[in-house]
Design a binder for this molecule. Structure first.
Ligand SMILES: *Cc1c(COP(=O)(O)O)cnc(C)c1O
Length: 474
């Protein structure tokens, strides 16, 4: 056992090796992190020896070679929030940061971050201004609503709308819409937090207007519709459309709130698109149908930064603005910068489709995706030789972010079958290429690693190749 302990290098010796190998500069800012990582690693090994989990000298020797320690420290020193190459084909991938911002938004964020701004300063009077004014005009113009406000995300939007309009009252929601979104956001629980009482209406698969009508009473404060973001009810089903809900609500002088989840300002059903997607109303359509208040996410299909956008009747938005929660949920300057730049692109839907990566990816032409998959496959074949068999196969991408749930977007994939390992272990190895190469996330299906060009930028193709070469040859 003591022979095993003696194989462990001293921390100082290991740090000196890192310096001579150029992993760590002599005056490196990250030196404490390197020391911490080494200490934790060696302490772990000491414990494993003590508990008899490491008994073989040669196995231990292989774990503490200078190369192994350098590799360990290199990974420990990489920033925790890192770029990832998304080859999954899921466009608004919540685990991968949802939307990539349009170039104009990236520039706006940089300005807002680097310099002072008129965030809350009225340049026409030289006095204090309101940050809410930054995007209200744009949102009003784009959606046709009377007023608008942005909060931190759509979960916050839901909470503040319910708190403002229905605290201590009943909210009618169809049973089929009591959704749980990943990360513990569940409509019944948000309702409870807001102090509103949920009144379920109808059945799981069928809810009729008469169910709502029968549930309205003196306690009713709000009628709410929730987008079924991650499931679909199919078969013998019925839901009440927004116009009918609005008509009923008006008879009883009740407000209607539409939580659109992702929401979209872009008409994906436009028949001129390569693959029109039907079934989701735009925010504009919901406003026109008479909803008093509508909320949606900034970073799902909209393609901007994380935010919750609330549009609706002026009287309602004014009350939301005065709610003390609004301050707790307020949006920061970098988000406003990105949001304004993104929303401006929507003034011309063609520009929006071209310049907002999320829209460009969702509406990509399958014929072009096929050519891009072939280009990627050819590039990879050239460098990977017979380490991997590569073909181009038809497949499906997803919108993500809870929009168009369960709907497949036709695509073409580069399918990789490695010769010396399984697709699953290749996929796992691609999550940890040596820094500074970013991790690559693909999808394993039918014993092949699938790379979907839909969520890759052309400029990322050589990077995909470099990551694969380093992982397969390394
Ligand atoms: C995604 C979603 C939310 C939460 O939106 P975030 O922007 O992620 O906070 C709320 N409601 C519905 C229906 C959703 O799909």
């Amino acid at each position: 056992m003591s022979a095993l302990y003696r194989l462990l290098p001293s921390i100082d010796l290991a740090l000196r090796d890192l310096e001579s190998a150029g992993v760590l500069a002599a005056d490196d800012l990250l030196r404490p992190l390197a020391r911490y990582a080494l200490t934790a690693l060696l302490d772990g090994m000491r414990e494993a020896i003590r508990e008899g989990r490491i008994m073989d000298e040669n196995a231990l020797r292989a774990q503490v070679t200078p190369e192994a320690l350098r590799d360990h420290v290199r990974k420990a020193l990489a920033p925790r929030l890192r770029r990832v190459v998304n080859a999954t084909g899921v466009v608004a991938h919540t685990n991968l940061g949802r939307s990539r911002l349009p170039e104009a938004a990236v520039k706006a964020v940089e300005q807002a971050a680097r310099w002072y701004s008129n965030l809350e300063f009225d340049l026409s009077t030289g006095e204090r201004g309101s940050r809410h004014a930054i995007i209200e005009e744009l949102l009003v113009h784009l959606t046709g609503a009377e007023a608008a406000i942005a909060v931190n995300n759509n979960a916050a939007a839901t909470l503040i709308v319910l708190d403002t309009l229905a605290k201590g009252r009943e909210v009618l929601v169809s049973r089929g819409q009591l959704v749980e979104i990943g990360g513990s956001f569940r409509i019944p629980e948000v309702m409870e937090k807001s102090g509103a009482a949920l009144r379920e209406v109808g059945t799981t698969n069928r809810t009729h207007l008469r169910d709502y009508a029968g549930a309205i009473g003196p306690e009713t404060g709000l009628m709410m519709r929730v987008h079924c973001s991650n499931y679909r009810i199919v078969g013998f089903t019925a839901e009440v459309g927004l116009p009918d809900l609005v008509t009923l609500a008006r008879l009883h002088d009740l407000p209607v709130y539409d939580d659109l989840g992702s929401g979209t300002l872009f008409d994906f059903a436009n028949p001129a698109l390569p693959v029109p997607l039907t079934g989701e109303a735009t925010v504009q359509e919901c406003v026109r149908a008479g909803a008093d208040v509508v909320s949606f996410s900034g970073d799902k299909v909209l393609g901007g930064p994380q935010a919750g956008l609330i549009v609706g009747k002026k009287a309602v938005i004014d009350r939301i603005r005065k709610n003390p929660l609004a301050r707790a949920m307020r949006v920061d300057k970098m988000t406003f910068a990105a949001l304004e730049a993104t929303l401006r692109l929507y003034l011309d839907p063609e520009r929006a489709r071209r310049d907002i990566p999320t829209l460009a990816m969702i509406t990509a032409d399958p014929a072009i995706l096929k050519r891009r998959a072939q280009k990627l496959a050819a590039l990879l074949r050239k460098s990977l030789g017979d380490m991997v068999a590569i073909s181009v196969v038809p497949g499906a991408s997803r919108v993500g972010g809870g929009a168009f749930p369960e709907r497949d977007l036709p695509t073409f994939l580069a399918a990789l079958k490695p010769s010396c390992t399984t697709a699953a272990s290749l996929a796992a190895a691609l999550l940890g290429p040596p820094p500074p190469l970013p991790p690559l996330v693909g999808r394993v299906e039918r014993d092949a690693l699938h790379l979907d060009p839909r969520t890759l930028d052309d400029a990322e193709f050589p990077l995909v190749r470099d990551i694969l070469v380093s992982v397969l040859a390394g």
